[in-house]
Structures are given as structure tokens and as C-alpha cells.
Ligand binder design. Structure first.
Ligand SMILES: *Cc1c(COP(=O)(O)O)cnc(C)c1O
Length: 405
């Protein structure tokens, strides 16, 4: 028998020790710097996925490393009997960037799913138990979040889930209006369907959702877990997708917020909605801990200081132009906003393209059979993105050859 490589041996150990929910990992990573990561054998990859829109500042960003190091030397955890300047500062920084009116509030959890669970509990407090979500939606894996997620393969093994949930086609306002009743506590949508393949809402859709929510008395919850924190070119995608002065009632955040440190947040706009959860009605042991909050504060400050939102717009456009300029017959388009993008393919070969890209030193993923997702660190450079575009024709060739064989 031939010797296993170091990475193969580690993947054997992973298989023997980890519950099989993800399949085999394709790399064993060791460290990173900026938009690059290195595996245990020293091979370098350009990380164009950023931990699925998480590593907003890239890997080992000096400001984030310093902030975490510092905070770790002061306080890691304190319980919710107490607070810290990190927790207060992070909540204030989110509210300010969300143009939230006085009386608004933030609740911190540790993940996107937890932010969704908190939003669902707020919706329940309206006294109207129904939730209308959309087909293609992804809101997380905890049982409440799973109930509002669309994909059957994720949901059905765990039924019965939370009741009162219905799904309507994304982008169809008539269907939404028909589905919302006096029992609907909330309408829940992503501004861009992330896991379904980076599918933007049609023009005017979110404004229509707002209108339907207002007409019916349901709350409008925007899931900005993937789109939020500057990635699309505004702090939150709704800030460019809703008319000025119009906002959701609730917004969920996670992924990019901690730059890689686990944190999720629910933002409730205005005193009426923030007041729906009263003392004792929700909680979290780790949520709002000083380490995660310090990380979030540092991410928000750094995005602002280095104008990473402006760069997200420029770099996203640069990427789209370069990819389309290839004029490759397999590439049908580029969709998304800022640095949350999908390259769409004429054939359902995205998983093979992801594998070929990895062999060529690039990390991307395939949220749909015909879509390649790029959600790189916001610190990626135009030159780094161009190395991918330049390599893409050969990557597509390699993928089609592999498919054919
Ligand atoms: C990732 C994601 C979630 C779930 O977040 P977790 O941190 O994995 O629980 C929910 N909604 C959207 C839009 C996401 O992209």
C-alpha cells in the first residue's frame, strides 16, 4: 500500500472522528494571510469564498488579530448579568450603520441560525403565529430556522417542524399578497438568495414586500446574514434596494459581522418592535460576549476606515466585466452585488468547476449546479481577482474534460 500524504492521513482521522454531515473536506488548511490560505502541505490558494462570506477582513488581518489578542487578555466572557464597552459599542455601531431610529435594539447570539430564532420569537410575540418565507430561502439549520428554510432535503428528515410556515415563489408579489393573512406574524426574505445561488430580488420586490407587510400588519424580516456588513457595497443590502427612508422591521446578521469570530445579531427597528421581547423572554449564555463583540466592532470600524464597501462595488464590477469579457461559451452571466457574486454556467457542471478551480489554486463553491459563488474577503485586490479570471478558461476546460471522461 502506498503511503498516505499528510493531508490524506488527516482526512482519514477526520472521517474517523467527525459526524458525517459535510462529506469529506477537500483541503486541510493551516494558515492564511489576506485573501490567501495555505494547506498543511504548503500549497497556496486564493480564497474567493472567504469562509462563505465570513472572512470580511480576510485572514490574519492585523487589526482584528490585535483586537482579539487584546480582548482575550482582558475578558473573554462575563455572563449577561454584566456588560462591557465591547458589547455596548458593537450594538451602537450596528444601529448607527443601519440608520436605526431611537428605541431600536440589538440582540447578540452566536450564529445566523440563532439570529433567525430570535426573529421568529419576536414574530410570535405579535400574537399572529404564521410566517411566510420564499422558495429557495436558506435561514439555517436549527429547527426553527429550518422550518423557514426551503430545501426539502434539509427539512423533511426532521419534520414535524415549527408550524404555520408557508413558502411563496421568490420575486412574486401577487403570490406573497395572497399568502399573507391576519394570522401572518412576519414575512421573511433575503435581499439576495445566497444559498440558492446568489439570486438577487427583482427590482422593486423588497419595496413590495414592505407594502404588503404594512397593509397586513405583518412584520418584515430581512435576512442579511450573507448580504450584510458591507459586502454588497452598502452596510446592508436593503439600504440600496429599498426607497430612502424605508426599512425592514427586523434584520438578522451573522457571517461577516465577526470577521470569522462567531457572532449573530438581531436588529429590531424602533421601540415598538424592540419592545416585543420583554425581560426573561430570550437569552443566550455566550451571545454578546466581549470577544465576539470586540471582533465585530473591529470589523465594522475597519470596513469604514479602509472604505471596503466602496472597494466591494468597484471590485465586484471589475470581476463581472472581466468574466463577461472572456466571452466563454460556458459562461452565461454574472449576477449579485458588490463582492457577493455568482458566475452562471450553461451546463450543470459547477461542482466539477469548483474541483478544477481548487486544483488550479482557487477556492470558490457551487451553491447550485449551474452557479459558481464568489464571496471573497473585502480586502481582496483587483490583481488577485484578475488571476482567477485569467485562469478561468483553463479551469472550465479541465472541468469539462473531467465531466466527459
Ligand atoms: C448562512 C446563513 C444562515 C445561517 O447561518 P449559520 O451561522 O450557519 O447558522 C442564515 N441565513 C442566511 C441567508 C445565510 O446565508
Amino acid at each position: 500500500m502506498s503511503e498516505l500524504t499528510e493531508a490524506q492521513a488527516l482526512i482519514e482521522r477526520y472521517r474517523a472522528s467527525y459526524i458525517t454531515v459535510f462529506g469529506d473536506p477537500s483541503l486541510v488548511l493551516d494558515h492564511g494571510d489576506g485573501a490567501y490560505v495555505w494547506d498543511v502541505e504548503g500549497t497556496r490558494y486564493l480564497d474567493l469564498l472567504g469562509g462563505i462570506a465570513v472572512n470580511a477582513l480576510g485572514h490574519a488581518h492585523p487589526a482584528l488579530v490585535e483586537a482579539i489578542r487584546n480582548q482575550a487578555g482582558r475578558l473573554l466572557h462575563i455572563s449577561n448579568f454584566f456588560t462591557t464597552t465591547a458589547q455596548i459599542g458593537a450594538a451602537e455601531a450596528i444601529l448607527a450603520r443601519a440608520d436605526a431610529p431611537p428605541g431600536s435594539g440589538v440582540f447578540f447570539g452566536n450564529s445566523g441560525s440563532e439570529a433567525i430564532e430570535a426573529a421568529l420569537k419576536v414574530a410570535r410575540r405579535t400574537g399572529r403565529p404564521g410566517i411566510v418565507a420564499v422558495e429557495g430561502a436558506f435561514h439555517g439549520r436549527t429547527t426553527g430556522a429550518l422550518a423557514v428554510t426551503w430545501k426539502e432535503a434539509y427539512r423533511t428528515p426532521f419534520e414535524p417542524l415549527l408550524g404555520g410556515v408557508s413558502h411563496v415563489p421568490f420575486g412574486d408579489l401577487d403570490a406573497l399578497r395572497a399568502a399573507v393573512t391576519d394570522d401572518t406574524g412576519a414575512i421573511l426574505v433575503e435581499p439576495i438568495l445566497g444559498e440558492a445561488g446568489v439570486i438577487p430580488a427583482p427590482d422593486g420586490y423588497l419595496a413590495g414586500v414592505r407594502e404588503i407587510a404594512d397593509d397586513s400588519g405583518a412584520l418584515m424580516i430581512l435576512d442579511e446574514i450573507q448580504t450584510g456588513v458591507g459586502r454588497t457595497g452598502t452596510w446592508f443590502a436593503w439600504q440600496q434596494l429599498l426607497p430612502k427612508g424605508v426599512r425592514p422591521d427586523l434584520m438578522t446578521l451573522a457571517k461577516g459581522l465577526g470577521g470569522g469570530v462567531p457572532i449573530g445579531a438581531l436588529v429590531a427597528f424602533g421601540p415598538e418592535i424592540a419592545g416585543l421581547l420583554g425581560p426573561g423572554q430570550h437569552g443566550s449564555t455566550f451571545g454578546g460576549n466581549p470577544l465576539a463583540c470586540r471582533a465585530a466592532l473591529t470589523v465594522l470600524d475597519t470596513i469604514e476606515r479602509d472604505d471596503l464597501m466602496g472597494r466591494a462595488v468597484e471590485l465586484g464590477d471589475h470581476l463581472a466585466e472581466e468574466v463577461l469579457a472572456l466571452g466563454h461559451p460556458l459562461i452565461t452571466g454574472v449576477r449579485g452585488l458588490g463582492l457577493l457574486r455568482a458566475i452562471t454556467l450553461a451546463e450543470p457542471i459547477a461542482p466539477a468547476v469548483v474541483a478544477a478551480a481548487r486544483d488550479a489554486g482557487f477556492i470558490i463553491n457551487a451553491p447550485a449546479p449551474d452557479a459558481l459563488r464568489l464571496a471573497p474577503p473585502l480586502v481582496v485586490t483587483a490583481e488577485e481577482l484578475s488571476t482567477f479570471t485569467a485562469a478561468l478558461p483553463a479551469i472550465l476546460d479541465a472541468a469539462t474534460t473531467k465531466e466527459a471522461s
